[in-house]
Design a protein around this ligand. Structure first.
Ligand code: ZN
Length: 242
């Protein structure tokens, strides 16, 4: 209170180094008085427009610098924000608050930092920012690697479709004449052993499955495979399957 009252000065007083004289308004509306106060040269608050009821309520504020994060699902909104300013409160009981200091405000709390505290915070934020960069790089590299997999499988899918249609150029005679390995390849047949009695052909060309019983001999497997494939191809030509 004493200090604040002391900051109200006569108009022609010479301001202390780092201060200038600025007009200020105090009192309740209708009972206000304009006086001169010593105002730090970094203070950009107009003390007439931003009048105070009591002299001890007068605060000095510098320009604010604001940082906002972007956000995926709330673009353009500062989901996280920090505001920093120079501040001094001549009416404070703590001399560190009377002196010029830095405030950091996240819109819910305000941190009042001495110059030393602010320097330490700045160092910590630089380290924090480096960590943020590291996480960004980690996320990007992971996404790039993950994205390369679907691209490969898309190429596989195209090849599979290409192969899947090749069988259509084969005539019944081709199917009868081709070596069984070539034939299985042309129809994209995977051969799997099952605990079944005979041989079954499932699926569509390109991803067919030939299920053969474990007891079925190789020669019978081959002839059965050829017979089932020929049957499938004939069926498609006659419109029984697609
Ligand atoms: Zn001021």
């Amino acid at each position: 209170m004493q200090d604040t009252v002391a900051s109200i000065v006569e108009k022609h007083t010479e301001a202390r180094p780092g201060f200038r004289l600025a007009p200020a308004r105090f009192g309740k509306p209708g009972h206000q008085v304009d006086v001169w106060v010593e105002c730090p040269e970094w203070c950009t608050l107009g003390h007439v427009e931003n009048w105070n009821q009591h002299a001890e309520d007068l605060d000095h504020w510098g320009d604010d610098a604001r940082w906002d994060t972007d956000c995926i699902n709330q673009p353009g909104e500062g989901v996280l924000s920090l505001d920093m300013r120079l501040h001094s409160d001549p009416g404070a009981t703590d001399s560190r608050l009377q002196a010029a200091h830095v405030t950091l405000d996240d819109e819910s709390v305000t941190a009042y930092l001495t110059p030393e505290m602010a320097e330490r915070t700045a160092d910590e934020m630089i380290a924090f920012a480096a960590r943020l960069r590291h996480l960004a790089r980690q996320a990007r590299e992971f996404n790039d690697r993950a994205a390369s997999r679907p691209r490969r499988s898309q190429a596989d899918e195209a090849l599979r479709r290409l192969r899947a249609d090749k069988w259509r150029s084969l005539s019944d005679e081709d199917i009868a004449a081709l070596p069984i390995v070539r034939l299985l390849k042309a129809f994209g047949v995977m051969v799997l052993e099952y605990d079944i009695a005979g041989v079954e052909l499932l699926g569509q060309p390109g991803h067919m499955e030939l299920r053969v019983g474990r007891e079925v001999r190789q020669q019978l497997r081959d002839s059965e495979a050829r017979r089932l494939i020929a049957e499938y191809a004939a069926g498609v030509r006659e419109g029984r399957a697609s």
